[in-house]
Design a protein around this ligand. Sequence first.
Ligand code: HEC
Length: 139
Amino acid sequence: MNRFRFLALASFVVWCSALIGLSAQGGGAGAAGGGDQQTRGKALYNDKCASCHMENLKGSTETPPLTGDMFWQNWETYSANNFVEQIRTTMPEDNPGSLMREQYIDIVAYILKTNEVPFAGDLPGDADALKKITIKKKE
Ligand code: HEC
């Protein structure tokens, strides 16, 4: 193979992997766009959080639960925005801030719904709107 053909082949390989990278990314975004917020949040939670906090959100000997008495003691009266920001800046513990903000919001929607915190529709992405949602027990 002459040098030119080798280079052409090499750049073709680079081009292909860029294309694969792009379509993988597109696929991810497409998946995130489909389905409702809590379904996405649950899938993300199981993928990124359940290894430590467990699929049932009940935590382990090393990890606090995200449901039950502990959840209410720590979070009741705080806003959904407080909860999102706490998680976004500290979790996953082994790689804080590694998710997109919308992904954190999806996960929080799932956690709040599991705890039956009352809010209508989807959790909003907007911080001011999130501040208006208070974490409280359902009546
Ligand atoms: C590698 C293990 C690990 C992973 C993965 C992880 N966490 Fe945690 N998480 C912890 C530990 C340990 C604590 C307690 C120490 C602390 O607050 O930093 C904690 C604390 C928390 C708290 C505070 C609990 C409270 O009531 O004060 C929240 C909320 C939380 N994690 C949510 C999440 C979410 C959501 C994810 C997924 C995006 C996640 N965590 C992923 C280990 C983990």
